[in-house]
Design a protein around this ligand. Structure first.
Ligand code: CP
Ligand code: NVA
Length: 306
């Protein structure tokens, strides 16, 4: 059977994704009740290639492997042969001889696809310039935990049409909810990704109009990793798109606010928004651990009951 990879949310069927969310919730409950006693990965290893910075992704994958009885290896281009020009396809073949799965955070999504094509062990996208599917597993898990389900509901993305926005679009397709995207002109998500989502996704320019009656609001930094030089230009372009308490007041009374983090207080969110009870970002960040465990288990072992 062909190796399963997780490069975008479209690599799993909607039914498989729903299973993963429920499984992540169940793994989380098991950890709370019994502690880290479930160790299905004894002696298994995950290679983690990070070409960009990370706190949550690294810590959650590393902790997931440790709690499951396995081990994770942190590999940076600075001190591997990747940084000295060894072709990624060669690295993929070599690592597949030794480890059970590979997680990659990199710039080019095409580079990640090239790596995966050469890998006989599962490859997981831990963020590229175009997508961040692991974050969406934690986000949909959080939304599901707190509101019982996401089908037919309405989420609003405020800000840049970036990697997170693209993954929210894919999530709207796979989990069957409506997504409103509010971005400035020139910062829209990729047209082909939008087109594939059809009428599940609608573009807005006015954030007040976008959030009216919404179930969930989310945003992200205005300048992503690799765009640091555009910071001031972007601050000007996004100035009217700050998410604050007054904006959330226009959504449903039980609206949730998510942010993948790290956040820039005073830019894409107000100084105090993360202290508002509608913001559930710490639970969201913690859910990265449980969602990643469910994903690793699915890719390395398959479905598990309970
Ligand atoms: N949200 C997220 O992926 O965070 P890190 O960049 O810290 O991994
Ligand atoms: N869009 C952000 C997400 C960070 C988790 C970035 O790519 O830097």
């Amino acid at each position: 059977m062909a190796t399963r990879h997780f490069l975008t949310l479209l690599d799993l069927s909607p039914e498989e994704l729903r299973y993963l969310i429920q499984r992540a919730i169940s793994i989380k409950n098991g950890l709370k009740t019994h502690g880290p006693t479930y160790t299905p990965f004894t002696n298994r290893t995950l290679a983690m290639i990070f070409e960009k910075s990370s706190t949550r992704t690294r810590v959650s994958f590393e902790t997931a492997m440790a709690q499951f009885g396995g081990h994770a290896l942190f590999l940076s281009p600075r001190d591997t042969q990747l940084g000295r020009g060894e072709p990624i396809e060669d690295t993929a073949r070599v690592l597949a001889e030794m480890v059970d799965a590979v997680m990659i955070r990199t710039f080019s999504h095409a580079g990640l696809e090239a790596y995966a094509a050469a890998s006989t062990v599962p490859v997981i996208n831990a963020l590229t310039d175009d997508y961040h599917p692991c974050q969406l597993l934690a986000d949909i898990m959080t939304w599901t935990e707190l509101r019982g389900g996401v089908k037919g509901r309405t989420a609003v993305w405020i800000g840049d049409g970036n990697n997170m926005c693209h993954s929210w679009i894919n999530a709207a397709r796979q989990f069957d909810f409506q997504l409103r995207i509010c971005c400035p002109e020139g910062y829209e998500p990729r047209q082909d990704i939008l087109d594939a989502a059809g009428d599940r996704v609608t573009l807005f320019r006015d954030p007040r109009e976008a959030v009216a009656g919404a179930d969930l609001v989310t945003t992200d930094v205005w300048a992503s990793m690799g765009q640091e030089e555009e910071q001031s230009k972007r601050e000007a372009a996004f100035a009217d798109l700050q998410v604050n308490e007054a904006l959330l007041d226009l959504a449903r009374d039980d609206v949730l606010f998510l942010h993948c983090l790290p956040a820039h207080r005073g830019e894409e969110i107000s100084e105090t928004l993360l202290d508002d009870p509608r913001a559930v970002v710490w639970q969201e960040a913690g859910n990265r651990l449980h969602a990643q465990k469910a994903l690793l288990e699915f890719l390395l072992i398959g479905r598990v009951d309970g």
